[in-house]
Design a protein around this ligand. Structure first.
Ligand code: SF4
Length: 357
């Protein structure tokens, strides 16, 4: 074990495992969901701080890769498109060969699938660190055992925990995303003038996580009337219909960006909003990373492990016996979401923003 640096608390000495000396090229296999990838960013910073001289490359699917463009804690991104050009066994082997040519010294696996461990093993990366999910133990040189307690950790701590076993720690645990100046300019040019609230009514995981469009519309109208905010709708192509339902149910006008932005533009919209109303979703975690004040409606998911990682947020949920079920579609009456009213959400807005003037 090698003494590398101290935390802010002078009594806490951080030890990097000596087997991680002489690392100059690091591959990070990140997660396949945007929200999870945002929650890995404190762990990514821990890697950067522990290996300040190393070149760090993130491997991600085409959507998640956009999060890490121009990110201060990595030096590059390699897109792994396993549903496109890298599809099938031949595509997988071709991608392994591509990684082999990069001569990485260390692979860190935030993704839990056995495929991630196999990929880095076949790519000839000599050190491979990750959880032992899916019988990956034999493929890892630096395994981290899976315990029942892991399920209770917030996902941000879950990813940090992979690294802390080997003395790779961050000086602070804030999530971080970054935008280029031209992306900020794009948002400012395209958003309505004045303070804006982003309504984000989708959730890629499934319909069980979605609050009702009519209630999003009722909240949006009240934000216009009571707080003088302009409204934008945000989301991906799969949520176009939901956006149209909300826009037509609203009395006030709104600007509908759903299905019209890429991930970087969505990030810029959320970073420049004064408030966000959202389901538990990838964009929710983006908003939290930018410290945009936000209210999140939770139903079937576990609000203790995937809550927004921000003091500038409020969660609205009702205790129903079947939650968290973690199902994509509700098999019963969707009471976890049906029971949340527009008034509940407005009370959460008030606790964040104060009473309307
Ligand atoms: S089963 Fe219960 S927690 Fe799950 S989606 Fe339906 S109402 Fe919500």
């Amino acid at each position: 074990m090698l003494l590398t640096r101290q935390q802010k608390n002078p009594e806490t000495i951080i030890l990097k495992h000596s087997s991680l000396n002489d690392i100059s090229r690091i591959l990070i296999r990140t997660t396949n969901w945007i929200g999870d990838a945002v929650m890995t960013t404190p762990a990514l910073r821990a890697v950067r701080e522990t290996f300040p001289e190393a070149d760090i490359t993130v491997v991600a699917n085409p959507l998640v890769a956009q999060l890490f463009e121009s990110h201060p804690d990595c030096d590059g991104v390699i897109v792994y498109d396993r549903k496109g050009v890298d599809r099938g066994p031949l595509g997988f082997l071709r991608f392994c060969r591509r990684l082999r040519r990069e001569h990485f010294d260390l692979a860190i696996l935030f993704q839990n699938a056995i495929e991630a461990a196999l990929l880095t093993f076949l790519a000839g990366i000599p050190k491979r660190l990750g959880y032992t999910h899916e019988h990956r133990r034999l493929l890892l040189t630096h395994p981290v055992g899976v315990t029942p307690q892991l399920k209770t950790l917030h996902h941000t701590d879950y990813y940090l925990n992979i690294l802390s076993r080997y003395g790779v720690v961050a000086s602070e645990k804030a999530q971080r995303l970054s935008l280029r100046p031209d992306e900020q300019t794009w948002a400012q040019k395209n958003m309505p003038p004045g303070p804006v609230a982003a309504i984000n009514p989708g959730a890629a995981y499934g319909s069980a996580k979605r609050w009702l469009p009519q209630r999003f519309a009722a909240v949006a109208d009240r934000l216009v009337e009571e707080y003088g905010l302009s409204i934008i709708l945000t989301g991906g192509p799969a949520e176009i219909e939901i956006g149209q339902d909300i826009a037509s149910a609203m009395k006030s006008p709104c600007q509908n960006f759903i299905g019209k932005t890429n991930v970087r533009q969505l990030m810029a919209l959320l970073a420049n909003s004064k408030l966000m109303i959202t389901n538990d979703s990838g964009p929710m975690h983006m908003g939290a990373a930018f410290q945009t004040p936000l209210v999140a409606v939770f139903g079937p998911t576990d609000h203790t492990t995937t809550s927004p990682w921000s003091d500038n947020s409020r969660i609205v949920r009702h205790d129903v016996g079947c939650s968290p079920c973690l199902l994509r579609q509700c098999p019963t009456d969707h009471r976890c979401m049906e029971s949340v009213t527009a008034e509940d959400v407005m009370l959460a807005v008030e606790s964040l923003m104060g009473r309307p003037a």
